[in-house]
Ligand binder design. Structure first.
Ligand SMILES: [Zn+2]
Length: 56
């Protein structure tokens, strides 16, 4: 096979909480309005949820 798609497969995104770069395919995601947030794991996701829980 060819490796043309390698760059997109290895695309990373910063975690919304700790800013660590993580592969997009492994990120936890949360949609807020039309914006998608990325998290390195459930710990950061929980932390973000708690910090934003009282915004509504
Ligand atoms: Zn994180």
């Amino acid at each position: 096979m060819n490796d043309r798609n390698k760059s997109t497969e290895l695309e990373t995104v910063p975690c919304e909480v700790c800013l660590k770069e993580i592969p997009r395919t492994e990120a936890q995601t949360s949609e807020v309005d039309d914006y998608v947030l990325h998290f390195c794991g459930i710990d950061c996701y929980d932390k973000w949820q708690k910090e934003n829980a009282d915004k509504e």
